[in-house]
Design a protein around this ligand. Structure first.
Ligand code: C2E
Ligand code: MG
Ligand code: MG
Ligand code: MG
Length: 275
């Protein structure tokens, strides 16, 4: 009986692994096709100065709506792209869409920037500098108007990442450290990486108007960031209370979140910017 139960379990486990791999492979194939057919779209979420809500930038966020219906969230398909080597091709499409969609704004005189998420698989792509140049030069967009968001949890090889970031900054791009505070070695990254802005993860923002321990951590982190001469973007600002608490904590800071606007298509972003 034991033997039978054991082999049944073993078989069940195997078939579970098999079907998981199979569905991952099919997601990967569908993603490759969607990238090839230029079906990955980009939405833009406003980033505003907390004190007066003035627009300072937009973050480009990849969107995938398969023709068969529904939406597959980036948290599902970005890891697949990373694992299966599709990220450089995906980034190429995102950069192209992201810049062309906001070109009238980015080539104009209003100092609004565009920030683009760059996974490590793309950060180390030797073609990244040319890719960025190609798409921005088509529209006459200056490098200073583009920020590249590097995710903290991805930053395994800190020396190599430091080099990549340094050369992007020397070229004139801004570099943001995304999801700050969620990785294992936040402090090491802060001290080592040549970034100019950190995006503090929404975990911290949630604690802004509370009196609990995370609020104390938030206070210390913002002091430290200011001491280091870095700028902060607070992620995930959802309520007026949070916005006010964060502005009091770090005068001049900027934030991003549902309170100020959801990710939106290019035409809406342009309307908002030129309003
Ligand atoms: P992220 O770069 O940290 O982007 C912010 C995420 O928080 C977005 O989710 C955004 O829609 C969401 N968000 C914004 N404001 C709020 C808020 O007030 N409350 C809450 N709860 N959430 C808010 P999204 O668009 O689903 O993207 C998820 C992640 O996928 C991104 O996190 C980023 O890591 C990755 N991603 C998205 N687009 C790209 C891309 O083009 N390339 C790469 N490499 N990664 C991407
Ligand atoms: Mg980001
Ligand atoms: Mg983020
Ligand atoms: Mg995030």
């Amino acid at each position: 009986v034991l033997l039978t139960a054991g082999s049944a379990l073993g078989f069940g486990g195997l078939s579970l692994v098999w079907s998981r791999n199979a569905s991952r492979r099919s997601l990967s194939r569908r993603l490759a096709r969607a990238i090839r057919k230029d079906q990955i779209n980009v939405h833009y979420q406003p980033i505003v100065r907390l004190s007066d809500r003035r627009l300072v930038g937009f973050e480009a966020l990849a969107r995938w709506h398969p023709p068969s219906g529904g939406a597959i969230p980036p948290d599902d398909f970005i890891p697949v792209a990373e694992r299966d080597g599709l990220l450089p091709a995906l980034t190429e499409r995102v950069v192209s869409r992201a810049i062309s969609g906001l070109a009238p704004l980015l080539a104009g005189s209003a100092e609004v920037y565009l920030s683009i998420n760059i996974g490590v698989g793309s950060l180390f792509d030797p073609e990244l500098p040319e890719l960025l140049d190609y798409h921005r030069l088509r529209y006459g967009v200056d490098r200073s108007r583009i920020a590249l968001e590097i995710t903290e949890r991805d930053t395994g090889d800190i020396e190599r990442i430091g080099e990549a970031i340094r050369s992007l900054r020397e070229a004139g791009y801004r570099v943001f450290l995304d999801d700050f505070g969620t990785g294992y070695s936040s402090l090491a990254y802060l001290a080592t990486l040549p970034i100019d802005t950190i995006k503090l993860d929404k975990l911290f923002t949630r604690s802004a108007d509370s009196a609990f321990v995370p609020a104390l951590v938030l206070r210390q982190v913002s002091h430290m960031v200011a001491t280091l001469g870095l700028k902060i973007v607070f992620e995930g600002v959802e309520t007026e209370e949070q916005a006010q608490a964060l502005e009091e904590l770090t005068p001049g800071a900027v934030g991003q979140g549902w309170l100020f606007g959801r990710p939106m298509p290019a035409h809406e972003a342009l309307t908002l910017a030129f309003a």
